[in-house]
Design a protein around this ligand. Structure first.
Ligand code: GBH
Length: 486
C-alpha cells in the first residue's frame, strides 16, 4: 500500500489523543533520596566493570524527581493530551513489599500528577517499566511465580494512592524485552543468558501477574475509579524476504509478541499453537523430559484471556526474515526455537540505535495484523520514536514521525480502532545500556549542566503543530529561532 502523498495535507480524525512517554529509571534520578529502595537498575549500573556505555547511570538522569514542573511545562508547550510515565516500585515500596510505604516517594508522584491535571494533561501510568526492586530480583525476579503476589500487592497500593486521578493504567511495559533481553540474553538485568528456558518462565509469570492485577483492578477499583487498564507489548514487524518465507516471518511474530498477545487477545487464549508445538518438539528432540515452555493451566488460560481493555503497542522498527536450514543459533535458545534469521536493509534510514531503522510500512502492517488477528481491539500506541546522536535540528526524527503517523492514519482508514499515539520520548533520557549516547527526545537534555536544561528540538515544534492543527503537513517548516511557548 502506498501511503504517502506528500503534496496533500492529511487531517487527523477526531478521537485519537496524542502524548509523549518516559519511564521512571530513565528520567527520575534521585537514586537514594527520600528513602527510595534499590532497584535492579540501580544495582546493575553500579556493577564493576560498568556494564553501561561511558559508565553512565540513572543516579541523576534528568533529575525529573526535582524538575517535574519543568517537565509539565514542556507538556504544555507541546499541547499534549496526555503524558505516559512509569512508577518506580522501589521508590514507593522501599522494602519491595507493602509493609512500608514511602510517603515522600508517593508525594513526588502526587505532585507530578496534580501538576499535570491542573493543566488538563491526563496521566497514563505504567506500573512496571523494567526497574524491579533488587531484593525481588535476588529472589528470581520474573522467574519466581510468587512475583504474581508481589506485583499484585504493589499494583493495589498504586491504585489506592493514585487511582482517584489516574484513569489510564498499563501493568507491564514490553514483556519481550524484560524476558528475552534480561533472562534469555544479557542486554538488561538480570543478564541471565538462559535462553529458551528462563525467558519462557518469565513470559508465563508476567502474563499471570498482569492478568491477576487486571482482575484485581476490575473487582476492587473499577466501580469507584472507572479507569481503563491494559498492557503495552513490544511489536516488532517481521516481513518475509520472499513468498517462500511467509511462514518463517509468521513464526517470528508469534514467538516475539504472539507469545504475549495470543494468551490475552485471541479467542482461544493460551500460548500460540506454533510456539507450544515447536518448543515441545525441539525440547524432546534435545533430550529434555518436558517442554521448556511452561504450560498454562486451563484456569490460567481463562484468567489471562481478555485481560486487557486495549492493545498497547510499542513499535519502532522492522526486520526481514528468511529461513536457514542449518541453525546459526545455540541450542537450546529462543532464536533456535523460532528457526528463522532476520536482518534490516541497508537502504532503510538508520537511527543512532543500531537496531532501529525507519520502515513506516512495517508499522502499517503491524497495525493491520493486530486488527485482523485479534478482532480489531482498541489500540493505544504507547511508544514510537527515533534516535539521533543529539543536536537541535533533527530532520531525520521529523521525517520518521511524519511517516509513521501517516502509516497509522492509513490503518485508521482501513478500520483500525486507534485511540492514542505516543511519541517516545518527551526528552532525551537514560537509554538503558546505551547510557546517554542515544537521544530519543523531542527536547534535548544537557547532561553537562547540573540543572539538566531541556531545549526544544525542531521536532518538538513540528509535533506541536501536528497536535494543534490536527493535521499532517509535510511542508510545514517551523521557525526554531522563536522560542516554543505555551
Ligand atoms: C523501548 O524499547 C523502551 O520501552 C524504552 O524504555 C526505550 O527507551 C525505547 O524503546 C528506546 O529503545 O541493543 O540489539 O541488544 C524498545 C525496544 C529494547 C529495542 C532494547 C532494542 C536493545 C537491543 N528496545 N533493545 S540490542
Amino acid at each position: 500500500k502506498s501511503n504517502v502523498n506528500r503534496h496533500e495535507i492529511r487531517k487527523i480524525p477526531e478521537g485519537i489523543i496524542f502524548g509523549t512517554a518516559t519511564a521512571a529509571y530513565q528520567v527520575e534520578g534521585a537514586r537514594d533520596e527520600d528513602g527510595k529502595g534499590e532497584s535492579n537498575w540501580d544495582h546493575f549500573t553500579h556493577k564493576e566493570p560498568c556494564p553501561v556505555k561511558n559508565c553512565d547511570t540513572g543516579d541523576i538522569a534528568n533529575d525529573s524527581y526535582h524538575q517535574y514542573k519543568r517537565d509539565v511545562e514542556m507538556m504544555r508547550e507541546l499541547g499534549l493530551d496526555f503524558y505516559r510515565f512509569s512508577l518506580s516500585w522501589s521508590r514507593i515500596l522501599p522494602t519491595s513489599f507493602t509493609d512500608k510505604i514511602n510517603e515522600k516517594g508517593v508525594q513526588y508522584y502526587n505532585n507530578l500528577i496534580n501538576e499535570m491535571l491542573a493543566y488538563n494533561i491526563q496521566p497514563m501510568v505504567t506500573l512496571f517499566h523494567w526497574d524491579l526492586p533488587q531484593k525481588l530480583q535476588d529472589m528470581g525476579g520474573w522467574t519466581n511465580p510468587y512475583i504474581v503476589d508481589w506485583f499484585t500487592d504493589y499494583a493495589r497500593v498504586a491504585f489506592e494512592l493514585f487511582g482517584d486521578r489516574v484513569k489510564y493504567w498499563f501493568t507491564i511495559n514490553e514483556p519481550r524485552e524484560i524476558c528475552y533481553e534480561g533472562y534469555g540474553a544479557t542486554s538488561v538485568p538480570p543478564t541471565l543468558n538462559i535462553s529458551g528456558y528462563a525467558d519462557y518462565l518469565c513470559a508465563k509469570n508476567i502474563l499471570v501477574a498482569h492478568a491477576n492485577t487486571y482482575h484485581m483492578y476490575k473487582k476492587e477499583f473499577q466501580q469507584s475509579q472507572a479507569g481503563t487498564i491494559g498492557i503495552a507489548l513490544s511489536v516488532i514487524w517481521y516481513e518475509p524476504e520472499s513468498e517462500e518465507y511467509i511462514e518463517a516471518a509468521e513464526d517470528a511474530r508469534q514467538f516475539s509478541w504472539g507469545i504475549y498477545a495470543n494468551p490475552i487477545f485471541s479467542k482461544t487464549g493460551d500460548f500460540p499453537e506454533i510456539v507450544k508445538d515447536r518448543v515441545a518438539d525441539k525440547s524432546l528432540a534435545q533430550g529434555f523430559s518436558r517442554s521448556r515452555l511452561p504450560e498454562l493451566s486451563p484456569d490460567e488460560v481463562d484468567l489471562i484471556k481478555g485481560s486487557s481493555d486495549f492493545f498497547g503497542i510499542n513499535h519502532y522498527t522492522t526486520y526481514i526474515i528468511y529461513r536457514n536450514s542449518s541453525s546459526i543459533f545455540p541450542t537450546p535458545s529462543f532464536y533456535d526455537d523460532i528457526g528463522s534469521v532476520f536482518y534490516q536493509k541497508e537502504t532503510w534510514e538508520a537511527a543512532a540505535s543500531l537496531w532501529l531503522k525507519a520502515v513506516p510500512w512495517g508499522f502499517y502492517n503491524a497495525l493491520t495484523k493486530i486488527r485482523t488477528e485479534y478482532d480489531n481491539p482498541p489500540v493505544y500506541i504507547t511508544e514510537n520514536g527515533f534516535s539521533t546522536r543529539g543536536g537541535l535540528v533533527d530532520d531525520s526524527r521529523i521525517k520518521y514521525y511524519r511517516n509513521y503517523i501517516n502509516a497509522m492514519l492509513d490503518a485508521v482508514e482501513d478500520g483500525s480502532d486507534i485511540r492514542s499515539y505516543t511519541a517516545w520520548s518527551l526528552m532525551d533520557n537514560f537509554e538503558w545500556t546505551e547510557g546517554y549516547t542515544e537521544c530519543f527526545g523531542l527536547y534535548e537534555v544537557n547532561y553537562n549542566d547540573p540543572s539538566r536544561t531541556r531545549t526544544a528540538r525542531k521536532s518538538a515544534y513540528v509535533y506541536k503543530e501536528i497536535l494543534r492543527a490536527r493535521q499532517l503537513d509535510f511542508h510545514y517548516e517551523p521557525d526554531i529561532t522563536v522560542p516554543i511557548t505555551i
